[in-house]
Design a protein around this ligand. Structure first.
Ligand code: F6R
Length: 277
């Protein structure tokens, strides 16, 4: 848990940049929406300062509205261009956003999954969460084993996303989205959530049962998911104190692992590892 949305953005960008620095050829899974905007801003800043280069990185976006062309200002392809791709040294041939105008979605979705597999799979997947608990556009009731496919949006999601359009009537009702099963195959997942409107979904997916009614709850099955929350989004968590305690332990372990070689005696031996759910 972090103090503010700005801190969530900073920390998320640091984790993404660390992934790229460790493996310049990595594959990133990217999200759109209001939440990751600050993270992308931070990544652009780090790129401009010379702290990170994306020149060999491949990206796959989670989803796209059906019926919107790549140059439509509300399409997710356009969003990614304006908010990240145009400002860093990503190779546009390696930036993949699902096509909102595909003719045959069955074969298109299969080819998106094939491309993802051929690229080696996602090393780090960035996620937001919908107020109905969706990840990608996997709305309540989506199979937890689902793959990339078309999905009808719930009225709640249409209402939530109307803020990006001139009127609610303009919000597409259909999207193409990676499935929950596709997302769970990422080697590492980073979910960010900020603001009090996410507090209910956050509590449900972390502390509730695993259920297709809150598709983010499937992340409980993933062995390497990091969740970054601001205070407002974390507000309804019942075991908040315990999570903070675990975070402190984790930081201690990391600090100890960085200490200079005081490990010659068994007593001083550094303990490596992480505290995990
Ligand atoms: C977007 C996506 C969605 C959003 C979610 C939250 O690519 O996959 O799951 O992450 O709807 O959106 P914001 O961040 O606008 O609240």
């Amino acid at each position: 848990m972090l103090d503010s949305a700005e801190e969530v953005s900073r920390r998320a960008a640091e984790l993404i940049a660390e992934t790229v620095q460790r493996n310049p050829d990595c594959v990133l899974g990217l999200a759109t929406g209001g939440t990751p905007l600050g993270t992308y801003g931070e990544l652009i800043r780090m790129y401009r300062e010379g702290a990170v280069s994306f020149s060999r990185v491949t990206t796959f976006n989670l989803d796209e509205y059906v019926g919107l062309s790549a140059d439509h200002p509300q399409s997710y392809r356009y969003f990614m261009g304006v908010n990240l791709f145009q400002h860093v040294d990503l190779d546009s041939n390696r930036c993949h956003v699902p096509d909102g105008l595909a003719e045959d979605y069955d074969s298109y979705c299969t080819s998106y999954e094939d491309l993802l597999r051929k690229s080696g799979g996602i090393d780090l997947q960035l996620l937001g969460i919908g107020t109905d608990g969706h990840i990608g556009f996997n709305e309540p009731g989506s199979s937890l084993g689902s793959r990339t496919r078309l999905k009808g949006l719930t009225e709640q999601t249409v209402r939530d996303n109307a803020r990006f359009f001139d009127s609610i009537e303009q919000v597409p009702r259909l999207a193409v989205t990676m499935g929950v099963g596709t997302i769970l195959e990422a080697r590492r997942i980073l979910l960010i959530a900020t603001g009090s409107n996410k507090a209910g979904a956050v509590r449900s997916f972390i502390e509730g049962p695993i259920t297709s009614q809150i598709t983010a709850s499937a992340l409980q099955l993933h062995p390497a998911t990091t969740v970054l929350l601001d205070r407002a989004a974390a507000d309804w968590l019942q075991r908040k104190e315990y999570y903070q305690h675990v975070e402190r332990l984790q930081r201690e372990i990391e600090l100890r692992a960085r200490e200079p070689e005081n490990a010659s005696s068994p007593k001083g031996r550094r303990r490596k590892g992480s505290t995990q759910k």
